[in-house]
Design a protein around this ligand. Structure first.
Ligand SMILES: [Zn+2]
Length: 325
């Protein structure tokens, strides 16, 4: 018999984003992987959502079937392409050449490989050892296996012009230390850039508990003001924060919700992994995409089209660009 899970209670401390100490219950969600309800609290001051109580050891969640690593190759490429586009739109493709870039949460190395092809000198940090190994083998990527804190411990002198953290912030338990670590590895004048789900997204209201941002891996969900406060306290005095312009089609909500419920039901019955494998094998056989490594960068930039606007837009994702003071 396995031991019961151990929890910690982060609400006993200050808000990780703004430092306030008043919270309210925001959501109680059920996930098949969790024996108890997944509870989110909300900072009454900045709107930061955070999981509490939470698993004392989050690493058990990131097994080989973790959804990002299990994603199809086409899905992985699509995500990397839009992230690349979102960064290049903001930083300028010509400004990547020769720059020292650290990608945190490098996963299987797709985004790192695009940044390297744009002329950047890229290194990566990835928590999962076997995933980091896969990135090294496929893309010859220079990926450290471990946390950012462990990377800093090992490479005290390493400094970067650009730190990239796309879809990472929401997963990291060690906050606010994580953003301070990002600041610490930046060279003078360096810039932190990334994306994270928007806790103030209009879609959250439409979806309720079925909102895409709610999953057992997302233990911190930022509103624009929470993100501004957190970045400010970590040494980024005037971050630029925008939200994605794309909105889900209102007519599609009912269908997507039904599909999500079906997947959850199959998950609890243990059927979903089997089905997923069948679908994946079928898709792989159906099309042989052009090797990602050989696709021209300008074609990738044309194809992937994320568009971001000002913070109050209430889009699904936030993009932040924060210069070190
Ligand atoms: Zn707060």
């Amino acid at each position: 018999m396995s031991a019961p899970p151990v929890y910690t209670y982060p609400e006993l401390a200050d808000c990780a984003a703004c430092g306030a100490r008043r919270f309210r219950a925001a959501a109680r969600l059920r996930f098949p992987a969790f024996p108890d309800a997944f509870q989110l609290l909300e900072c009454a001051s900045c709107g930061l959502l955070f999981n509490s109580p939470r698993l004392a050891d989050q690493s058990a969640l990131y097994r080989s079937d973790y959804y990002v690593f299990a994603e199809s190759e086409a899905g992985r490429q699509g995500a990397a392409m839009s992230q690349f586009r979102a960064l290049v739109d903001r930083l300028g493709a010509d400004r990547l050449r020769g720059k020292r870039v650290l990608e945190i949460g490098a996963a299987l190395g797709h985004l790192s490989s695009l940044l390297a092809r744009a002329g950047a000198r890229v290194r990566g940090v990835e928590l999962c050892g076997h995933v980091a190994q896969a990135a090294r083998e496929r893309f010859q990527a220079d990926v450290f296996a471990g946390s950012l804190a462990a990377f800093r411990e090992k490479e005290r002198e390493a400094r970067f012009d650009i730190v990239v953290a796309c879809e990472v912030l929401e997963h990291v338990p060690a906050q606010p230390a994580f953003l301070r670590d990002c600041r610490a590895v930046l060279a003078p004048g360096g810039v932190l850039v990334g994306t994270t789900p928007n806790a103030a997204a209009r879609s959250r209201g439409a979806w309720g508990d079925d909102w895409e941002g709610f999953n057992p891996f997302h233990i911190y969900l930022y509103t624009p003001s929470a993100l501004r406060a957190a970045l400010g306290r970590a040494g980024f005095p005037s971050p630029e924060i925008e939200s994605s312009a794309a909105e889900p089609a209102p007519g599609g909500v009912g269908l997507r919700r039904a599909r999500r419920r079906l997947v959850r039901a199959l998950d609890s019955a243990g059927i979903a992994p089997v089905l997923r494998n069948v679908v994946r094998r079928f898709r792989r056989a159906a099309r042989e995409p052009r090797p990602f490594e050989q696709r021209p960068l300008d074609e990738i930039l044309r194809e992937a089209a994320p568009s971001f606007k000002d913070a109050d837009a209430g889009g699904e994702k936030l993009r932040f660009v924060a210069r070190a003071e």
